[in-house]
Design a protein around this ligand. Structure first.
Ligand code: NAD
Length: 422
């Protein structure tokens, strides 16, 4: 596949399931057949009043892939993505990826995902987003497709804790007076709405814990520097905390970008300065102590570790040959196409796969969900100290990474396929 045409995320995960089949001869066929499609998919329209112009009709999707714990208590889990490029195939593919992730980390959850297609060129205000979230919950609730025991959403591309808060408030509103857990309908909420203090940084922190283990054991860097260099593609829920935490993990960030472009300093970026600048201006444009680069240029910069944390299909057969990093840490979901993976592997680049690298988010979401359940049942909360949860996250991520490394060595599988054996 050339010229920017790739397999869809859904096709990629279906191919993966087919490819993995022979590795599990004792698993019956019907299990693998079940994994090839989502158990339930809803495609529905939202009618939303926005701040300017007529009401908009927005297409929404919820894909529930597979939930071995579907006993009426443990939900399908996966974020809500909003954007102009959302498609049903992408949401189904991401739901499939979630099933593998929650399975690999033994979380008592199923894999799900939701998406809403926004209108290109329209600038949505926070009030518009609140209206979209409200309509999403109302419509999904009518179909029985959302709830803390059915499908619990979270932040993903184009959504933040603001959206998780709006979703939780609307769901609580709709179910006022009913017994049972409600706030767990969404995770990644603000602390005031029942969020977990460790959730915001969890995907980045988890990924850097995994990376540290790979750097200590497997990845041979060209530069023998004490502080390996990184570049980060994407500066949202995942990319920004990764940048913030980089130095805590002994890493030196050289470049960052959002969808409009980025900045690069071969000696290293000043983390506090960049964060403060971006917070104030919501862009890297005009930042003084670095060179301006395009998102395309960022992927080919000389560095030790490249961290795609923006979107799917960022590394393709068209640019994989330009990657100079010795290691790609996949914090986005599906950032590497199948063709790009072949090229990177041939070039000796280690790929730390998304299902392992970015699981920190759903691990802490799971804790948030359990905290919410406990609170709703008994009006008390399980302890939710950030440092305690970070310690739990660290041991879970380290343990699973160590197991993946052993499986990789023993079975001679790629790291991605080794995760399937966890
Ligand atoms: P986000 O919308 O908060 O941030 C995305 C960032 O990438 C933004 O800076 C955006 O400008 C940039 N970007 C988006 N599309 C781009 C493109 N085509 N080219 C270059 N830059 C682009 O999203 P997020 O929540 O940080 O999610 C990023 C990725 O990580 C997604 O693949 C998501 O599924 C995955 N992920 C998210 C979480 C989470 O907790 N939010 C957890 C695990 C995995």
């Amino acid at each position: 596949m050339t010229g920017g045409v790739h397999e869809s995320l859904k096709q990629r995960y279906q191919q993966r399931i087919i490819r993995l089949r022979p590795l599990f001869p004792n698993v019956p066929d019907f299990i693998f057949e079940e994994l090839l499609e989502c158990k339930r998919v809803a495609s529905f329209q939202l009618r939303v009043r926005v701040h300017a112009g007529p009401p908009q009709h927005l297409q929404a999707f919820i894909a529930l892939h597979c939930n071995p714990y579907d006993t009426g208590e443990d939900p399908y889990k996966g974020g809500l993505q909003k954007g102009v490029d959302v498609t049903q195939e992408k949401i189904e593919g991401k739901a499939m990826n979630m099933t593998e992730k929650v399975g690999a980390f033994d979380l008592q959850l199923g894999g799900g995902k939701a998406g809403i297609i926004l209108k290109p060129g329209f600038i949505y205000t926070p009030q518009d987003h609140a209206e979209i979230d409200r309509a999403f919950v109302v419509e999904a609730d009518k179909m029985g497709m959302i709830g803390p025991r059915v499908y619990s959403t979270a932040t993903d591309q184009g959504t933040t804790e603001f959206d998780s808060d709006c979703i939780a408030r609307e769901y609580i509103n709709l179910h006022e007076g009913e017994l049972g857990s409600k706030r767990g309908v969404a995770t990644g909420k603000s602390i005031e709405c029942g969020g977990h203090p460790a959730r915001k940084n969890a995907t980045g922190r988890g990924g850097l814990i995994v990376l540290r283990k790979f750097l200590h054991t497997t990845v041979r860097l060209d530069s023998a520097t004490a502080d390996p260099t990184i570049v980060i593609d994407g500066f949202g829920n995942v990319g920004r905390p990764t940048f913030l935490l980089a130095r805590e993990f002994g890493l030196r960030p050289l470049a960052v970008s959002d969808i409009n472009g980025g900045i690069y300093n071969a000696h290293g970026l000043n983390v506090e300065d960049v964060l403060a600048y971006y917070e104030k201006h919501k862009t890297f444009v005009g930042y003084k102590d670095a060179d301006v680069i395009t998102t395309k240029e960022l992927l080919g910069l000389p560095c030790d570790i490249l961290i795609p944390a923006a979107a799917e299909n960022r590394l393709t057969e068209d640019n994989a040959d330009q990657v100079k990093a010795r290691c790609v840490l996949e914090l986005a979901n599906g950032p590497t196409t199948t063709e790009a993976e072949k090229i990177l592997t041939q070039n000796g680049t280690t790929i730390v796969p998304d299902v392992l690298a970015n699981a920190g988010g759903v691990i802490v979401s799971w804790r948030e969900l359990n905290n919410n359940k406990e609170h709703d049942r008994h009006s008390v909360e399980l302890p939710r100290e950030e440092k305690d949860t970070n310690a739990v996250l660290e041991s879970i991520m380290e343990e699973n990474t160590a197991r993946v490394l052993v499986i990789h060595a023993e079975k001679k599988l790629s790291f991605r396929d080794s995760v399937a054996h966890l």
